[in-house]
Ligand binder design. Structure first.
Ligand SMILES: Cc1ncc(COP(=O)(O)O)c(C=O)c1O
Length: 292
């Protein structure tokens, strides 16, 4: 166990990636991956997502040739989409016969709203033996401040990751480990109640965003983010800064990769009242900025 997904991702990437290694990541994706690969001296290969925010499978299959590692999150931060079993099967076929490892960050695996059940990379025989699985208690159990997560994967990689972890962090404190066991053993019903509540908030935010002219939003599938595309000709960092003066804080899509430009990332990990007020302010801000 280690201090959250952040420490798991760091230990895994620093254990696997040597200077010059090619590491493929979707674009946009959680920004920590590229930061860690750069820190390890690897070469980041971003692969832009398709229009529907799922993988562009033909671009992915080309990029994966000769890659040391593919890192992705499922469900995805920032897009809020869930990679389906057929997508994961396609990934398995692309890496079949290669030495490419997969780092599957499944931080949001309990927060899925699709009709199809969630598929972990570990469920696919073609992925399981080459997958480093990274999990955290931050999202499923709302234990972000407790700092607890874990890795699972090929023994030689786990040994190397444990050395990185032991060097950087040392052991996780005992009280937190006990709390994590309680979460696993006693909180199943709470997790489902939380998932339902997120789903309601998600629908509230999605239906309100869908009414805003100049925004295109994909139907949500998981995590607690929506990633609408906007039409204004303003870089996402500037738009985010401008929106602050309308009383709403969102994240610029470009922060998650160059292909995230023209998008905003919104979180619905907030009360229904705040979601409603936030989307109203966003609508007012976008309409005012469009007039300028
Ligand atoms: C996809 C993803 N992975 C990992 C993390 C890290 O979370 P933590 O370090 O709190 O476990 C986050 C946090 O936002 C995330 O969005």
């Amino acid at each position: 166990m280690l201090p959250g997904g952040t420490a798991g991702l760091a230990a895994a990437i620093l254990a696997v990636v040597n200077p010059g290694d090619r590491v493929v990541i979707p674009d946009p994706t959680y920004s920590l991956y590229a930061d860690l690969v750069n820190m390890a001296g690897g070469a980041v290969v971003p692969v832009p997502l398709a229009e529907d925010l799922h993988w562009d499978v033909s671009a992915l299959s080309e990029a994966l040739v000769g890659a040391k590692l593919f890192v992705f999150c499922n469900p995805s931060n920032p897009t809020g989409i869930v990679h389906s079993r057929p997508e994961l099967e396609a990934l398995a076929s692309f890496v079949s016969g290669s030495d490419t490892f997969i780092l599957s960050d499944e931080a949001y695996s309990e927060l899925v709203y699709t009709t199809e059940p969630f598929t972990s990379a570990l469920e696919l025989p073609g992925l399981r033996d080459r997958t480093i699985y990274c999990q955290t208690f931050s999202k499923s159990y709302a234990m972000t401040g407790w700092r607890v997560g874990y890795l699972w994967g090929p023994p030689e990689i786990m040994n190397a990751a444990a050395r990185v972890h032991g060097t950087f962090n040392g052991s996780l404190n005992t009280a937190v480990q006990h709390a994590a066991v309680v979460a696993l053993e006693q909180c199943r019903d709470d997790v489902e109640e939380m998932r339902r509540s997120y789903q309601e908030r998600c629908e509230l935010m999605y239906s309100a965003l869908a009414q805003i002219p100049g925004l295109t939003v994909r139907p949500p599938e998981g995590a607690f983010y929506l990633f609408p595309k906007y039409e204004l000709e303003i870089p996402s960092a500037q738009l985010t800064a401008e929106l602050r003066s309308f009383g709403v804080a969102v994240r610029p899509g470009g922060e998650f990769g160059a292909a995230g430009e023209q998008h905003l990332r919104l979180s619905y990990a907030a009360s229904p009242e705040h979601i409603t007020a936030g989307v109203e302010r966003l609508a007012a801000g976008l309409s005012e900025l469009a007039r300028r």
